[in-house]
Ligand binder design. Structure first.
Ligand code: BGC
Length: 762
């Protein structure tokens, strides 16, 4: 900032700068960039004045350029692509990029936008920062398993700090889609099956990315995606239609978006699916109607990759222009990849199919985003510091956070006869399975900036924890997917020579995430056969699962000693696994999603509706199967510890609660009844016993993580209010109805300790 500028008051300076920048005559030579004072970045009136003035100067093509977001240079290689991008920027055809990062590159492109376009409007750079940037954290499903919103916020904060140091202003995260069908590969990208947990995690991630001050140089715009009901893809087939009721939309799929909006999310991405025949990229009622009018949200709605163009194969647009008209009129502001807005909307505007007000509204939101990011203050603020980029990449603090997040995300599914923790004084340890040294499985999918060389593998982690005193005998045993069982004999021999065995089994990262759907939830290939053969040696066998979805691993129950769900744990995964296997850290994660016994049970989730014939063992004509039990393999919320916890003294503060002011306090005593210190995630579920419409059998309404020493007790208190007790009535109005409610408290969704209270009419 110049000395003259420093001497001016923010408003005087803003007015002065606007006058300079916005009265500049049209030409194609280098321009004075519009500038604002940093301190006015949170001032909505100043923002509006600035954007109004800028909009008034823009041609239709310049406006549509702002709404055009191509994949960046990172997605196309070669000098030609680079030059093509640069020319497009020069011509004002591009308002933002996605997939481009690095201070050198983003600054170079920014300079073209700022110095070589007519109005000098800065570019904004978006990127898929899904679970960390270069410091890859556990996949989002794993992070949700921590049931630790503060740790998840911190993980997103680290991601924002690192990504912003690499020139990124805007992240395409958090993914907040509720997923109740584990066949759907994208279940790995979200927080699992539950709207309450999903909402808490969504808000934590938004706050982590955006921090307290969007104009700070280490915060990024968050994008809640994919709006909406993408997780309801029929048959678990990605991009498929979502066949859901209005009630399910409002009760299950919308709440995490509302929580994101309430947490201040500046951006939302549209989903690829349709709802009741209306593709989300053309869904005016839900975008303009619900998001903007009802919820009062004023952020940027970005299309998904070619989402505008896909309105043609959806069968609702006959050509590109129709697709663009549907998209912009529905309120989709930014056209990702299709280039339809830029190329085809001018004709539509001239023909009166799209109003200039509609275009201006979208451009305004895009310019607001740039304003809020401080880019009109200094377009180079995220890219001008190469030293910062180095210092904030994979530094010890970031690695420590990734390790802590991983430790908290692991879920101990089985631990017969205290097989875990293992002793560090084992003489020999067999390490078996296709994923023991698989670097990509530590990163998982959507680790776009992640690098395999940054990873600590399980073998490296084990060796580092054990030192030279223990000999590792390594045998692969089988591949992940191939059906070749010839390596099993060698694996069995390795197990026979060892004091204990750790097996690394599961899915490789390309078996979940986008477009990676499965019709089986079994361990792929011959891995189950491998595990059972190794277990038959009688040695203590621990299975560590690395995977991105619930797996039906019932065949291992009672055969192997312990099963630890480690998901795809990030760059520090190998160390975190060793921390937990040897008991330096007591596992405390809980399942954010139900594990079915087999794929035929899908969808199975704890908050299912009550039916007229609830399943009962002794009654034939009740809602169940004849070949497997109706219950899941592991319920939502399940997760063991190396210690045990007891619950008692459950109490509600009031036996009767007035319907007009439904407040309740629930307390319970939790005791560490074992011999080790540990964390327990205390879970509170609520059931509305009788309502005007059928209700879920129970719904998560609170959770708290408590750390307890052996023998220590703590009383945990939960507050319940209107939203926790409300239902949507037949007209989808949120109401609390008189009648009895049951609360259940415990360590998983099967919690049986219960208390009742009554909501009473005046
Ligand atoms: C995905 C989005 C992602 C976008 C950009 C799409 O295919 O659905 O989640 O943000 O690509 O990479």
């Amino acid at each position: 900032m110049s000395r003259d500028a420093e001497a001016m008051t923010p408003n005087a300076m803003l007015t002065g700068l606007l006058a300079v920048a916005l009265t500049t005559p049209v030409s194609t030579t280098a321009r004075e960039t519009p500038r604002i004072n940093h301190s006015s970045a949170g001032d909505r009136a100043a923002e509006k004045a600035f954007v109004d003035a800028l909009l008034a100067k823009m041609t239709l093509e310049e406006k549509l350029g702002q709404l055009n977001q191509p994949p960046g240079v990172g997605n196309h290689t070669g000098p030609e692509a680079m030059a093509g991008n640069e020319d497009q920027i020069r011509r004002g055809e591009i308002g933002s990029f996605f997939g481009t990062h690095g201070v050198e590159l983003t600054c170079r492109l920014q300079k073209i936008a700022v110095e070589e376009t007519r109005l000098g409007i800065p570019l904004i750079f978006a990127y898929d920062v899904i679970h960390g940037h270069r410091t890859v954290f556990p996949v989002p499903l794993a992070e949700a398993a921590s049931f630790d919103a503060e740790e998840v916020r911190i993980a997103a904060r680290h991601a924002a700090v690192e990504a912003s140091a690499h020139g990124i202003h805007w992240v395409f995260a958090p993914m907040v889609d509720i997923a109740r069908d584990p066949r759907w590969g994208r279940i790995v990208e979200g927080a699992g099956e539950d709207p309450y947990l999903g909402s808490v995690m969504a808000a934590a991630r938004v706050r982590g990315f955006q921090g307290d001050d969007l104009a700070a140089v280490d915060t990024v715009l968050a994008t809640a995606k994919h709006f909406v009901a993408y997780g309801a893809a029929e048959g678990g087939r990605d991009y498929n239609t979502a066949e859901i009721s209005e009630r399910t939309l409002h009760e299950v799929y919308l709440p995490p978006f509302k929580a994101s909006v309430d947490a201040g999310a500046e951006s939302i991405m549209a989903a690829f699916n349709d709802i009741a025949g209306v593709p989300m990229h053309a869904h005016r009622d839900l975008i303009e109607g619900l998001l903007r009018e009802q919820w009062g949200w004023d952020g940027v709605l970005v299309s998904d990759y070619t989402g505008i163009m896909e309105l043609m194969p959806h069968g609702v647009a006959a050509n590109r222009e129709d697709a663009g008209v549907l998209g912009i009129n529905a309120g989709v502001d930014v056209d990702l990849v299709s280039r339809i807005y830029y190329e085809d909307l001018p004709a539509a505007v001239r023909a009166g199919r799209v109003s200039m007000e509609q275009i201006d509204a979208s451009v305004r939101r895009m310019l607001n985003a740039k304003y809020r990011s401080g880019l009109f203050d200094d377009p180079y603020r995220y890219c001008k510091d190469p030293a910062r980029e180095v210092a904030l990449t994979l530094n010890p603090e970031q690695r420590a956070a990734a390790r802590r997040m991983a430790q908290k995300s692991f879920v101990l599914l089985e631990n017969d006869n205290a097989t875990l923790p293992l002793s560090k004084s084992l003489r020999t340890l067999a390490v078996i399975g296709p994923l023991a040294d698989h670097r990509q499985s530590m990163l998982g999918n959507w680790a776009v900036a992640g690098r395999q060389e940054d990873v600590v593998t399980p073998i490296e982690g084990l060796q580092a924890a054990l030192g030279d005193g223990t000999r590792l005998i390594v045998a692969r045993g089988s591949g992940v997917e191939d059906m070749d069982a010839s390596g099993i004999a060698e694996a069995v021999r390795a197990a026979e020579q060892a004091d204990a065995v750790v097996m690394f089994l599961g899915e490789h990262p390309d078996m979940s995430a986008e477009a990676h759907n499965r019709t089986s939830l079994d361990l792929p290939g011959v891995q189950e056969q491998l595990a059972l053969a190794v277990a038959a040696t009688g040695k203590p066998v621990v299975v560590v699962l690395l995977n991105g979805r619930p797996l039906s691993i019932g065949a291992l129950q009672g055969k192997v000693g312990a099963v630890l769900e480690a998901w795809f744990p990030g760059v520090e995964g190998g160390n975190a696994i060793a921390d937990v296997l040897f008991g330096d850290v007591n596992p405390s994660g809980k399942l954010p999603v139900t594990f079915p016994r087999n794929v035929g049970q899908v969808p199975t989730y704890y908050a299912h509706k009550a039916t007229g014939r609830p399943p009962r063992e002794e009654e034939k004509y009740t809602s169940k199967y004849i070949d497997v039990p109706w219950t899941p393999l592991y319920p939502f919320g399940h997760g063991l510890s190396y210690t045990t916890f007891g619950y008692d003294q459950l109490a509600v503060a009031q036996a009767k609660v007035p319907v007009g002011e439904p407040r309740q306090q629930v307390s319970v005593r939790v005791t560490n009844t074992g011999k080790r210190a540990g964390d327990e995630v205390v879970q509170l579920y609520v059931r509305d016993d009788f309502g005007s419409v059928a209700r879920p059998v129970r719904q998560l309404r609170g959770f708290q993580r408590v750390s307890l020493q052996p023998g220590e007790s703590r009383t945990v208190t939960f507050e319940l209010g209107f939203d926790d007790l409300a239902l949507l009535d037949a007209k989808l109005k949120s109401v609390v109805e008189p009648g009895t409610f049951t609360v259940f408290v415990g360590g998983d969704s099967d919690a049986s300790l219960e208390a009742k209270f009554e909501v009473v009419a005046p």
